[in-house]
Design a protein around this ligand. Structure first.
Ligand SMILES: Cc1ncc(COP(=O)(O)O)c(C=O)c1O
Length: 397
């Protein structure tokens, strides 16, 4: 006890493998510092971060106002149990209620996306119904409840049996919703864009049809905005372009601007389903995480990020689409999936990292881009140039 840490003699990979479980594989890059859209590794190499902590660092790394708010809150009050209120949690809850557009909304705070969806699942049981409909390919998290909603067999199968009475239907298929959502369905959960599945957009009108079907059957419409929320797609929530109002919105990722924070926002009658003792978590609504979230929301409100995200996303898609090797470039706002030819997504991702650009391959064919909102047009153009060079090397080399 009390011994100071010695300078490590083993590589990062050796230290990782001998101390951390292999759930994420072994990272080849070890990051130590970030500023804005850039990050630096242990050897001082600089990268342009086009992934933003997977759609999480909305204002980039080490944003002065976010860092100052975190430091100030840490000095004042870093944690308090939910036996007590504090100004940061109240400010944030009121803002989220306002953003939801419905004063009947009530917020449950938690620490992650999986927890937000777990909360939604538990909430739906209090309707007295048990059945759930979710989408094939969807990702809603990896805890047992959230995993039951996740529609990816590779992630689900090793952990069966999961929660029963969850059926998965093809994403974007309105007829399948008509078939499976009925008077015994507690909730239908949908991502406005399937992020982890490779930035898959549903056909126009899908969310509207889902709303109508839920209205008719009395099922709760839960929209998982964990990846598509907080302005990423050009609106506060990824469903707004369809003009619908969900019964439940789940948020995490960008909400805390890089700190662990999730929220389950229930609207209308569903806001009254949880009562004292129904649910809870020690860290939910933590003052530091809420302080960070309040600054993130203020900065997005003060700037034109929402409309700029749409413009910047369109620029990126227009620059990337014509590159040889790219089959398609889709998305909304700053959530973009680049479909590449020949199963080369991982190779391109690795070569981009070597060239100093961080992106992520969601599969053999798709590369995901989800940068911080502060990314500039110049940085987008620079990245598109690097992407073209790497594609030339991969496909013509
Ligand atoms: C749409 C969606 N829902 C839920 C989750 C789970 O969030 P977390 O990893 O914070 O548990 C994710 C994470 O990628 C997500 O993209």
């Amino acid at each position: 006890m009390g011994k100071s840490l010695k300078k490590p003699t083993r590589s990062q990979a050796e230290r990782w493998n001998s101390s951390i479980q292999s759930t994420y594989g072994t990272p080849s890059i070890s990051l130590v510092r970030g500023k804005g859209i850039e990050v630096w590794d242990v050897d001082g190499k600089k990268y342009l971060d086009l992934l933003g902590g997977i759609a999480t660092n909305l204002l980039g790394h080490n944003h002065p106002k976010v860092s100052a708010a975190i430091a100030k809150q840490a000095r004042e009050l870093s944690h308090v149990s939910n036996f007590y209120s504090h100004p940061q949690v109240l400010d944030l809850a009121e803002r989220l209620v306002k953003m939801s557009g419905d004063s009947s909304a009530r917020v449950f705070f938690c620490n992650s996306g999986a927890e937000a969806n777990e909360a939604a699942l538990k909430l739906s049981r209090l309707t007295g119904r048990k059945r759930v409909v979710a989408a094939l390919g969807a990702f809603h998290g990896r805890t047992m409840g959230a995993l039951s909603l996740t529609g990816q067999p590779s992630k689900r199968d090793p952990f069966k049996p999961l929660i029963s009475k969850v059926v998965h239907v093809p994403y974007g298929d309105v007829r399948a919703l008509h078939r499976k959502v009925n008077g015994r369905t507690a909730m239908l959960i949908i991502e406005p864009i399937m992020g982890e599945a490779g930035v898959i957009l549903p056909p126009p009108g899908y969310l509207k049809a889902a709303r109508e079907i839920c209205d008719k059957t009395g099922a709760l419409l839960v929209i998982d905005c964990i990846q598509t929320g907080m302005g990423r797609t050009g609106n506060w929530f990824g469903f707004e372009h369809e003009g619908i109002a969900p019964d439940v919105i789940t948020l995490a990722k960008g909400l805390g601007g890089g700190l662990p924070l999730g929220a389950m926002i229930a609207i209308g009658p569903s806001a009254q389903l949880f009562t004292a003792g129904s649910h809870g978590t020690t860290f939910g609504g933590n003052p530091i995480a809420c302080a960070a979230a309040n600054v993130v929301i203020s900065e997005i409100e003060k700037s034109s990020y929402l409309s700029l995200n749409a413009t910047k996303g369109a620029l990126l898609r227009n620059l990337i689409s014509p590159i040889d090797g790219v089959i398609g470039c889709r998305g909304r706002g700053l959530l973009i999936g680049i479909q590449v030819r020949g199963g080369k997504a991982k190779e391109i991702t690795n070569k981009l990292a070597t060239a100093g650009y961080l992106v992520n391959a969601t599969s053999e064919d798709v590369i995901r881009i989800a940068p911080a909102f502060i990314i500039t047009e110049r940085q987008i153009i620079k990245f598109a140039g690097a992407f073209a060079e790497v594609c030339e090397e991969v496909y013509d080399g």
